[in-house]
Ligand binder design. Structure first.
Ligand code: DAH
Length: 341
């Protein structure tokens, strides 16, 4: 077979090749250096009579170039077909629902804080804030806690200067005074969520920084029954309508009378169980009727108005709501914990 005929044959094979491997096999078959059939024709040219060599050489070269060109063209075509095929089988379905975005959410303490704010806003309390760095006057003195008062030790403090007149607030109660000064005339119904600081060693129920929620109501003729009604509404809204409130006499310098308040245990319904230590009640916080001197310190006449106040830890409310046993879990920021809320 001469070069042209071989080329014809090669072109036919090339046009039906479907893979790069097939094309390579065809290339070797016709153009391979040692075994190629067109290569063999080229080799034989040297042994032809001199007169025939130029024409034979030209024909062989043309045949070679035609096959090379056809191989290149078909290689492109094969690749194009491969991609089209891929598009068909691995096609992206644009109507397929996207995987959900990994969105974050509010920290459980923030959720509880906001829920409590909502609950109390519902009965007319508005949110008041104050500074975390307080003066001795607001944090202690104005709340009837003069220097040397035993109750100052209970709230072992972080002082910011040697003179000890600047302190990281040990409770949100100083904002009671600030709220009276700002709002001036009752009725005053405010709540104060915020961070507080104490020189406490950390353990499952203590931290050196935590959140409190303070409440203050000042109006004409407010009585202990109003305080109890508000606490009951708050706890029933937060924990459930079956919960009861119990107030036990206590002592705070800024209230008179003073109480600690408990909520009936949600596990045993008040009968007594392990969660409530057999008592049926779980301690929540402190409260009382605002001391007349505290009203005066805030610029309000105790002859015309009376008030009640309360305060508690937001972490504790959150522990009780979700049955978490260690307060420190809220500050470790372990996503395995936080993602459960
Ligand atoms: N300030 C108190 C504390 O940090 C809580 C408290 C008790 C707040 C009685 C009050 C109150 O407003 O009347 O433990």
């Amino acid at each position: 077979m001469d070069a042209a005929a071989l080329a014809q044959q090669a072109l036919a094979e090339i046009s039906s090749a479907r893979t790069p491997e097939e094309l390579e096999r065809i290339r070797l078959d016709y153009l391979g250096r040692s075994s190629g059939r067109i290569s063999a024709v080229v080799e034989r040219i040297g042994s032809l009579p001199a007169a025939e060599r130029p024409a034979a050489g030209k024909a062989a070269n043309e045949a070679k170039r035609a096959v090379e060109a056809a191989l290149a063209a078909r290689a492109e075509e094969v690749e194009r077909l491969r991609l089209a095929d891929l598009a068909e089988t691995d096609a992206i379905d644009v109507t397929f629902p996207a995987p959900p975005l990994a969105a974050g959410h509010l920290h459980p303490l923030t959720q509880v804080q906001r829920e409590l704010e909502d609950i109390l806003a519902g009965i007319g309390f508005s949110v008041e804030v104050g500074p975390e760095v307080e003066t001795d006057w607001y944090n202690f003195e104005a709340l009837n806690l003069p220097k040397g008062h035993a109750a100052r030790d209970v709230q072992d403090s972080f002082f910011l200067n040697a003179g000890e007149d600047l302190v990281l607030r040990t409770h949100t109660s100083p904002v009671q005074i600030r709220a009276m000064e700002r709002l001036k005339t009752p009725p005053i119904y405010v709540i104060v969520p915020g961070r507080v600081y104490r020189r406490d060693a950390s353990d499952p129920s203590h931290l050196s920084t935590f959140m409190q929620l303070e409440g203050l109501a000042i109006d004409e003729g407010l009585a202990v029954s109003d305080l109890k009604g508000t606490l009951t509404y708050m706890c029933q809204s937060f924990f459930g309508p079956e919960r009861q409130i119990r107030m036990r006499p206590h002592n705070f310098s800024y209230t008179e009378p003073s109480y600690e308040f408990d909520c009936s245990c949600g596990i045993c319904g008040g009968k007594g169980c392990r969660t409530c230590g057999g008592d049926g009640w779980i301690e929540i916080g402190g409260c009382g009727m605002v001391h007349p001197q505290v009203l005066r310190n805030g610029g309000i006449d105790p002859e015309g108005y009376s008030g009640y106040a309360w305060g508690f830890g937001i972490e504790r409310m959150t522990l009780l709501r979700y049955n978490v046993s260690d307060i420190r879990a809220f500050y470790e920021n372990d996503l395995r914990f936080l993602e459960q809320f």
